[in-house]
Design a protein around this ligand. Structure first.
Ligand SMILES: Nc1nc2c(ncn2[C@@H]2O[C@H](COP(=O)(O)OP(=O)(O)OP(=O)(O)O)[C@@H](O)[C@H]2O)c(=O)[nH]1
Ligand SMILES: [Mg+2]
Length: 609
């Protein structure tokens, strides 16, 4: 199809771009100011920051999780032009989101933070964009930062293009310097500017207008899904060929090769942050439509009479898996609405529809499902969403996804990029060495900070993040990128500490806690309801220890009330979901409910062995 592209008619009034970058380099903020300057918001409309990050979890965490569409209109000398924009997540766990939405675009804005420079996910997304033959525009962003070094960062970008085998054309990329947050862009660092006009101009000039055959039979790949209370499930994608009309009949090419006819009910175009009803759209347009029952990402919406499926979408394979099981702890069912294996199965089946980067299989145990994804954060976000919807579940320790090749067991290996203060180099190198990390590069900028690269089995990284933060006193930066599969690297040492385990049910008392706290770190607050086998803290020693955390003080002396014991309790440190997941061992579980994150032994009885 690409070979004939040059002869096709051009949609000169349209541009489709994706915004890609490493996490936090300013994509969503730039989309905000682009939309503002294109007058997409109504006057006086109160505008939140990062409006595109519309999910609760996105706003709370300040990161983008799902790719989303928006559109703006610009006045040009040749008339009005529409620009469809796809904002993508930068965190590597959500790389699957980026891969699949790139097919909707012809060009991309590659944002690079003017101080941080090229980071692992810059490399990943640029690689995917070049593979997808998108025309890149480089945006060196956040040039207002005190530590900005835009020229040096531009050099890094050239090196990265060369490293990724970019061709001559691709190397000839336009560069824009920006303060996305303030809505300022310029072509030369020395220019004066108070708007994003230079960026808009660069998009119009450089990103190719879609070339597509509007007269051919309809073909549209479903690249994203959404839901609307009024019209139900929405299929989102770019029309590759032909036209699509509201109320018309189409054929859906399922992934298994079968076809099924549907009638499209509503057809929408993107406009600003929302969608508007339209009657018809043609090849090159990005649209959302309702009427397809049970749509899946990667399926083709095709001509009803002569349906032809588009080549299937491929995304990188998952590298990490956890078992999700129905919660059967003694406290099960008290806090959640959905507790059974059946509930979990249905919910996970729905997740797979919108989340192409995850897989769900039945595990060997009953009511247990093996969920595989790109990283711990991706899976933790799913658990967090499910908790908020009222689900309870218990989750096993994350493990890497392995496979066999020529009779050998293969495991995923990651590249780790760290940036640490000079005095942490020793501890960090030693810690990664113990986890089978190999140093591949070390650069000392002479600034007091050192950049080091390692190759390490993904397994070795489980639980490393929090240790890293502690050992660099929060001053270290850590980034990872899936590299390749390699032969199983042998055992990697596990957690050095044991668990403090409640030996009976009851409520934690301040008196008992005051006596136990010298043994390690407490995970629960006084009065917390505990059960036998529940982990209530981390033992400073290597072995597990059964403890009585519900013991009451026999009040022999009235003056010694529980109140003055409570004062002596060190504040407990209940682990967050992510910390809990990476902390547990194979014989332990995380119990997640809408109200609580608990840790427990798999076998609850105190005389486990
Ligand atoms: N100094 C400075 N900070 C900026 C600029 N643009 C964005 N930021 C800040 O950078 C942080 C990240 O911004 P986001 O827009 O959420 O970044 P993102 O690339 O969308 O992040 P992900 O979607 O999670 O990958 C926020 O704290 C912004 O306020 C800028 O031009 N200058
Ligand atoms: Mg974002």
């Amino acid at each position: 199809m690409n070979t004939h592209k040059k002869d096709l008619p051009v949609r000169s009034d349209l541009r489709n771009i994706a915004i890609v970058a490493h996490v936090d380099h300013g994509k969503t903020t730039l989309v905000d100011t682009m939309l503002q300057q294109a007058h997409t918001f109504r006057a006086n409309q109160e505008v939140q920051e990062r409006v595109m990050d519309s999910m609760d979890l996105e706003r709370e965490r300040g990161i983008t999780i799902m790719a989303k569409n928006a559109a703006l209109r610009l006045e040009t000398p040749d008339g009005e032009m529409k620009i469809n924009i796809i904002d993508t997540p930068g965190h590597s766990d959500f790389g699957g989101e980026v891969e699949r939405v790139l097919s909707m675009a012809d060009g991309c804005l590659l944002l690079v933070d003017a101080a941080e420079g090229c980071l692992p996910q810059t490399r990943f997304v640029l690689g995917k964009a070049l593979e997808a033959k998108l025309t890149p525009i480089i945006v060196v962003n956040k040039i207002d930062r005190q530590d900005a070094r835009p020229e040096a960062v531009l050099d890094e970008i050239y090196d990265l293009f060369i490293d990724l085998d970019a061709n001559e054309d691709q190397l000839d990329f336009p560069v824009v310097y920006a303060v996305g947050r303030d809505g300022i862009a310029k072509t030369n660092l020395a220019d004066e500017s108070d708007s994003l006009k230079p960026l808009f101009d660069a998009i119009i000039e450089n990103v190719p207008a879609p070339r597509a055959d509007v007269e051919a039979p309809l073909q549209m790949m479903i690249s994203n899904l959404d839901y609307n209370d009024f019209v139900g499930r929405l299929s989102i994608g770019r029309i590759v060929a032909g036209r699509i009309k509201a109320n018309s009949e189409v054929a859906l090419a399922r992934l298994d090769g079968t076809f099924k006819k549907f009638r499209i009910s509503n057809l929408f175009a993107f406009e600003g942050l929302g969608r508007t009803n339209i009657d018809e759209a043609g090849a090159g347009d990005i649209v959302a439509l309702s009427g397809i029952e049970d749509p899946h990402i990667g399926e083709t919406i095709a001509d009803a009479e002569t349906p032809v499926a588009l080549p299937p979408l491929t995304v990188d394979e998952p590298t990490i898996a956890m078992n999700f099981a129905a919660n059967v702890s003694p406290l099960a069912g008290r806090e959640g609405k959905y507790v059974t294996g059946r509930h979990l199965r249905d919910r996970l089946a729905r997740e797979v529809l919108t989340n192409v980067a995850i897989r769900v299989e039945d595990a060997q145990e009953p009511d247990t499902f093996k969920v595989s994804g790109r990283g711990e954060l991706q899976l933790a976000i799913i658990i967090e969403q499910m908790r908020r919807e009222g689900y309870e579940m218990q989750i096993s320790r994350p493990e890497v996804v392995t496979h066999e090749e020529n009779g050998k067991l293969m495991e995923p290996v990651e590249q780790v990029f760290i940036d640490v203060p000079q005095d942490s180099v020793g501890v960090v190198t030693e810690a990664l060495g113990r986890r089978k990390g190999n140093m591949t590069q070390m650069v000392n900028h002479g600034s007091g900070r050192v950049r080091i690269e390692f190759e390490i089995p993904s397994r070795g990284l489980i639980g490393f993040r929090s240790q890293f933060l502690t050992e660099t006193r929060g001053m270290g930066l850590l980034n990872t990128l899936f590299s390749h599969y390699a032969e199983w690297g042998g055992p990697i040492p596990q957690r050095q500490s044991g668990a403090l385990v409640a030996d009976r049910a009851g409520n934690a008392t301040p008196f008992a806690m005051a006596n136990l706290q010298e043994r390690g770190t407490m995970f629960v607050e006084p009065t917390t309801n505990v059960y036998e086998g529940m982990i209530i803290g981390e033992n400073a020693r290597e072995s597990d220890l059964n403890v009585n955390i519900v013991k009451e003080k026999h009040l022999t002396n009235m003056r010694s009330s529980t109140a003055d014991i409570a004062v002596k309790i060190v504040p407990p440190q209940p682990p967050t979901l992510e910390r809990a997941l990476e902390w547990i061992n194979d014989d332990e579980l995380v119990e997640a409910t809408p109200k609580a994150i608990r840790l427990r032994k798999k076998v609850l009885s105190s005389n486990r062995k």
